[in-house]
Write a protein that binds this ligand. Structure first.
Ligand code: FEO
Length: 405
């Protein structure tokens, strides 16, 4: 059966939900699926904005057939040529052979790389500021390169103030029948997943997100339609303010994320003892993760949220314990910066982890190493407690100094 909803007069959500997918991009675990949003405008002219992933093709085509009632499709606007959104271009061109497929040079290059269909005759090239009039509605093209791929565009519908934002402002998590932010408990149901989506998918491209903010700063925006997750129509500032912070790599909150690697529980013991000491010094909302247990995307999400990090891991094969090595590699690739970091190594006969972690964090922008790095020899002993107290003093003072400002 069709499954659509009018989101504004003549504009419909026609997307689908995938709750079976285990990992987004075959990388990021999904606990409650993901939505692929697509939009149909039934005006004097008809337009579809982006398509959906192959996984929901049947539902998608049924939705379109139900609403189109035999009309022709005039425009298929492709804001993002990544397969989770362009998986049905071929199907739509086959059904509507005269449709104008709207994109830029890079969009069509990518289409040709991913697919075998020749759509040269259908192509309509657009660029910054171009407008497509549909009758009552008018779509202005905003280029948004690298949010999250180089061809990305957004559309600003000028009569209603609707921003079709491609991946931006999206989230993991399927839709629940409540399509709008004011119909769901967004903060409880989606916010953590939205941050995890941002940090891991878009996080590297903060400067490009800021560039889009500059472009849209003069627009009156009443609704934001992302390609994943709910539509914002009530509390737009919630997500706009967070995106501004996230893309400037500013922490949302003063607080500590401790992540450790531990083979036999000894580094874990030190991490837990440090967390306990921080708690006793008044630091609230501490997060502690075992890097061998928790998927890096969750830890990176909290790295984006909090101001202070503690990394603790043993030496392994004269290098850094692999899961920590991988996590720090991902953090560097995503451009993590502007955090205060404390480092604890562990070794039994030859020390490398502490030095490597120090080098890794030092290679990231504006990462300040605080406290005295120290290196455990196999297991921290009670008589060495002072070292941990000294580190806890420094971290707690640094966190609380800002909290109390
Ligand atoms: Fe939802 Fe960049 O694709």
């Amino acid at each position: 059966m069709y499954n659509v909803r009018e989101i504004s007069p003549q504009i419909y959500w026609i997307g689908g939900n995938d709750r079976r997918l285990e990992q987004f991009e075959n990388l990021f675990p999904l606990t409650n699926g993901v939505s692929y949003n697509s939009w149909l405008i039934l005006d004097e002219k008809t337009a579809i904005i982006d398509t959906v992933d192959d996984a929901v093709t049947d539902q998608y085509l049924e939705n379109i057939e139900h609403l189109m009632q035999g009309r022709e499709l005039d425009y298929l606007i492709i804001n993002h040529m990544e397969p989770d959104h362009c998986g049905n271009i071929e199907n739509l061109v086959r059904r509507y052979p005269d449709v104008k497929v709207v994109g830029n040079k890079k969009s069509f290059q990518l289409f040709d790389q991913f697919y075998n269909m020749d759509i040269t005759e259908n192509q309509m090239l657009v660029g910054e500021g171009d407008e497509i009039s549909l009758g009552n509605h008018n779509l202005k093209i905003i280029t948004a390169p690298m949010v999250h791929w180089p061809e990305v565009m957004m559309n600003y519908e000028t009569t209603k103030g609707i921003l079709f934002a491609a991946d931006a402002f999206g989230t993991f998590g399927a839709l629940t029948g409540n399509l709008f932010d004011d119909e769901v408990d967004y903060k409880n149901l989606y916010l953590d997943e939205s941050r995890r989506y941002y940090a891991n998918i878009v996080g590297k491209f903060g400067a490009q997100v800021q560039s889009v903010f500059r472009k849209i700063s003069s627009f009156k925006i009443n609704m934001i339609c992302s390609l994943h997750g709910p539509i914002f129509r009530s509390d737009l500032n919630l997500i706009l303010d967070l995106y501004d912070k996230w893309s400037k790599y500013e922490p949302e909150k003063e607080g500590v994320v401790i992540f450790y690697g531990s083979m036999y529980g000894n580094t874990a013991n030190t991490a837990d003892a440090l967390a306990n000491k921080l708690g006793q010094r008044g630091v609230k909302d501490i997060r502690v993760y075992d890097v061998s247990k928790t998927h890096p995307s969750y830890i990176i999400s909290d790295v984006w949220k909090y101001s202070h990090l503690v990394a603790a891991a043993p030496t392994y094969n004269m290098g850094l314990y692999y899961p920590m090595d991988n996590l720090l590699h991902e953090m560097a690739a995503l451009g993590v910066r502007n955090r205060k970091v404390a480092i604890i190594g562990n070794h039994s006969w030859a020390s490398a982890a502490q030095k490597i972690m120090t080098e890794r964090f030092s290679s990231m922008k504006n990462m300040e190493i605080i406290g005295e790095n120290f290196d455990i020899k196999s297991r921290l002993k009670d008589e060495e407690e002072q070292k941990l107290d000294d580190l806890a003093d420094v971290i707690a003072a640094s966190v609380l100094e800002k909290t109390e400002e």
